[in-house]
Design a protein around this ligand. Sequence first.
Ligand SMILES: *Cc1c(COP(=O)(O)O)cnc(C)c1O
Length: 381
Amino acid sequence: MTTVNTPIIAFNRPYLTGKEAHYLYQAVLSQKLSGNGEFTRRCHDFFEKRYGFGKCLLTTSCTDALEMCALLAGIGPGDEVIVPSFTFVSTANAFLLRGANIVFADSRPDQPNIDETAVEALVTPRTRAIVCVHYAGVACQMDALSDIARRHNLLLIEDAAQAVDSYFNGKPLGGIGQLAAFSFHETKNIHSGEGGMLAVNDPSFFSKSEIIWEKGTNRSAFFRGEVDKYNWVEMGSSFLPSEITAAFLWAQLENLDLIQKRRLQIWENYRAGLADLETSGDLRLPAIPGFATNNAHLFYVLTHGAAVRERLLTRLKAAGINAVFHYLSLHASPFFRKKHDGRSLPWSDFYTENLVRLPFFFEMTDEQQGRVIEELRAFFR
Ligand SMILES: *Cc1c(COP(=O)(O)O)cnc(C)c1O
């Protein structure tokens, strides 16, 4: 059991702004606890106004938002969807549920995002969509991906789970593809325990997205008085969260700027404290391309080889520091291995074997961060 006073440094601690309980209480008093109420509307407005997303719909998770993308895209058996291998399961699984063949793409050599130069060779007449993941909140090369999608008439879908408040050449992530999915899981910059959101940027999907969200009915249009009864009009499911989730999230959104400011400081401290380990060639630090911003979602280092990483993680653990690796290439997973077409994806495997995420949370103290930095430096001395 860990207690507040143990010297263990957690990998993540979900931040509470202090207003969550207040808004939860308001939601309870309103006696309107099912979805699509006042707090849900506030959250939608926040994202639509601040980032110019076409239409926002809160969901119970990013996984659900991705499943909505697959339904909206009309993905069916035999359709191909291009997805990076170095990502979370849901990025691929959402499309697989609809019968798609997943075609895995490799990562960039300089950072874990999809290698945009390797995507076009994967396009076939059956390809329907490209799903890109903004790893660590750092933008993929969206001009190149948009161009490929346009020329081949494919949907471009952003898995923006980690990418709240981040930009590509001045454009907010989540607002570039026709569809985008965000996560508010407690490991993300802002959270509601579990939670997510679909951003719909292509107006031709507006009405259908709302129907899919509401179990395949036109209930939202009914409540706006646009139809006189509500009916089953599409395939859908129950994707909307209750007002309890939305009320919690609202407290976080009100504090987004404060949260981001502190997270960026923590990120900069790591970079400054570890810079000479990169100069000496012991580690690689995250690369942020000129077209991307940093939203300080996470801080990772790259070791030279799986054996070094193993020793490093063991040492950090012994020092009470919970650093962790990240994704395991999906193309080589027990579930997918036999379905994969056999191409090797060396960069995805490289990040699988060499990436270490350091403890990172809003309330992390400078003293805690100093301990992590010092332990890494001592390891390489
Ligand atoms: C966290 C995450 C998800 C899943 O989010 P949930 O809200 O837990 O469903 C999907 N994709 C990426 C890239 C993530 O980081």
